[in-house]
Design a protein. Sequence first.
Lengths: 570, 240
Amino acid sequence: MSDVTHYEVLIVGGGLAGLRAAVAAHDAGRDVAVLTKVYPIRSHSGAAQGGVNASLGNHPEGGDDSWEKHAFDTIKGSDYLADQPRAEILTREAPERVFEMEHWGAAFSRFPDGRIAQRPFGGAGFPRTCYAADRTGHHLLHTLWEQCMKREIAFLNEWFLTRIVERDGRAAGVVAMHVPSGTVSTLAAQAIVLAGGGYGRVFSKTTNAYINTGSVTAAAYAAGARLEDMEFVQFHPTTLYGTNILISEGVRGEGGLLTNAEEKRFMDRYAPSVMELAPRDIVARAIQTEVDEGRGFDGPHGGYVHLDIRHLGAEVINTRLPGIRQIAMDFAGVDPIEAPIPVQPGQHYSMGGISCDENGRTDLTGLLACGECSCVSVHGSNRLGGNSLLETLVFGKRAGDAAAESAGDTGVHDSVLVSALGEERARIEALTMRGEGVRQIEIRRVMQAGMTEKAGLFRSEAPLAEAVTMLSELKERYRGVAPNDRGSEFNYDLVDTLELGGMLELAGVTATGALARTESRGSHWRIDHAERDDDRWLKHTMARRGADGSPSIDYEDVIITTYELMERKY
Amino acid sequence: MEPKRFTFRIRRFNPSDALDSYDEDFTLEVAEGVTVLEALLRIQAEQDGSLSFRYACRGAVCGSCAMVVNGAVALACRTQVHAAGSDTITIGPLPNLNVVKDLVVDMDFFLRKLTPVRPWLDPAGPDPERERLVDPDEWKEPEPYTNCILCASCHGVCPVTERDPRYLGPAALAKHYRFLADPRDGADDARLGFVDGDHGVWGCDTVWSCVKVCPKRVPPTKGILATRARIRPIEDKNGA
Ligand SMILES: Cc1cc2nc3c(=O)[nH]c(=O)nc-3n(C[C@H](O)[C@H](O)[C@H](O)COP(=O)(O)OP(=O)(O)OC[C@H]3O[C@@H](n4cnc5c(N)ncnc54)[C@H](O)[C@@H]3O)c2cc1C
Ligand code: SF4
Ligand code: FES
């Protein structure tokens, strides 16, 4: 049927995970296309600053490092919710993936002996975070994009996925909108790899790009795939006061100090042995506690504390943290060589996502996932800094390989895709033609503020229940939403409106899972249940979209093999 | 500081209309600290959903949002409204690229310029088991060029791209030099051939406007001169 374009392997998402998968599937001999709503180099991966973990042992203090120790740190950091064999894959394959990026030209910083430079990062026993100044994500992303150009991999740039077409438990293709023209089309694929990134914009204070709305995750959920551990959301301790642009953990790795309004360091009260280098959740709660107890600074965007690097001196700041200095100057008017940086916690990373195995396989045949949109479960309830760039490389490759292997006749007739296309076109047209109605921004702002306030850093029963109710009400209001642009070309108003529907679904799953989980673990901190409860809650939360549209929740055991449960103390 | 009222005079163009491009005014109360990108997003969300412009990171790292603000090419997300020094802020699309809609320009044209310089590492020998060693001092030469975010700001201010659509342009030539100067690369001779022509390094006017505008401190002109010197070591001294 002429309406349907066919691909062997279709990758959705042009960030690090998607590009790594594309290279793998191409190298395995498949025809590959990458469909992405923004040009790949605009993907949020490019904003990653600090680095990527691998036990290379290049650091003078890292000689005794090993992948097993990296696995241990990852599992402990996850508060034992990570599936242990998967964490072992992540850490065992790390050096090979990092060296490969170097071979492809990535601009890693170097030690004087010429080897890849590594810096200490929170929650790690050794300095194992490989970095490219404080622009690691940018360098990795451009390198992978260059490798795709070299391979002449096809790109469908500025195509926005709206639906995954499923038939009897099998994914057979997608429906997507070409944003420049507004044309909605269907693409058939023998294997689809989802690499759509995180959904941080569900919250009001976030380090994530505007484009991180989780629309790919929402499409998978709508198609029947399960979402895993969505209540685990990482809040980064140090985001720039005001815009919440990330101030990398690398700043503390290089010796940055946190001080409160009394000009005193305070981490000794929360993590005396590692101080500023404690894992993110602990530092984030420490900062918020300082603020809540009146020892922070006050401002129109909430409370904040200081991150001080003046003692490092201009030379170190300019060579190792040039991007951070620029960000502080451009967005807060502060030169960190002369004054401390104002910081506050903000949403940063989604540990949960589309449930998949170590090769990216999801509940639907022919549908794979990798990167931040997925949950292989290597981060459990809390991700260590430097482990998610690593995840995109390790599991991006694995998903690409698996997609190449499983590509083959889907047995689904094109007519299925064509009828899905008809439904999508009708749905989108009805939306654009609605005319009068509530604007998406009104609903979006309520959702974002509500999620930060009620399902954020500190959680408890009543606010979470309110969040769940709020979200069902917002879903109701969303039925009357209307974009005010009826045009076809570059109708971002329409894209935003479509995305909001998915964001409300994901927020709903997050709040529902958080309300049910009556314990504190990693990033999920319940004031009313302050202890980790392994007897009841050493389990993954699995959410499936119920017939009535609300999530139905189930639980699955964590895979525990080598590493014994301990208290997570630093 | 009090929020202040600003007029945003935005250049509009819609390919579906038969109209030429025109200016449209929007007014907005803006608090201090708000960027031009944030103001545009508010106009789009609250006043006119049909206003189109590209953005992603809002942190000056993704390269999506280059445009002309009060006559100067800039990243909208990195430009403060209050710093503009006037109550009316004019906003237009990046020059030297076709306008597709409003502030959206034809990025494919710009990105296609990269293809002829084959912008990927072509290593000197087989890959070692671990990393290739790179002397940090030697790395100082290519390093600034690796920071290019392909925002096309330089393309928008370059007098040569304006008059010669076939000119490779500052960004592609900077990318070219990034690999030429990379001590790991083994394809130098071939690489010099990619850009040895009037639409390549010899096309540059050496007026340094790209260097001045670059938000990432990439110095394309410097790379172009260094490449010329590699092609004709003696002849080129003054950028002739
Ligand atoms: C500021 C910041 C700094 C970070 N620093 C680090 C660090 O130092 N170390 C570390 O390990 N991790 C870091 N992280 C986390 C890490 O960067 C991300 O988890 C990772 O880059 C995600 O990569 P990805 O490929 O999964 O997704 P992304 O890079 O977000 O890519 C998502 C892709 O999906 C596409 N897409 C989305 N929706 C659609 C749709 N509907 N249709 C079509 N395409 C779509 C987008 O176009 C994009 O190409 C950081 C995160 C942030 C926010
Ligand atoms: S050289 Fe600078 S101005 Fe030109 S595209 Fe690269 S980052 Fe932008
Ligand atoms: S939005 Fe990314 S550079 Fe401006």
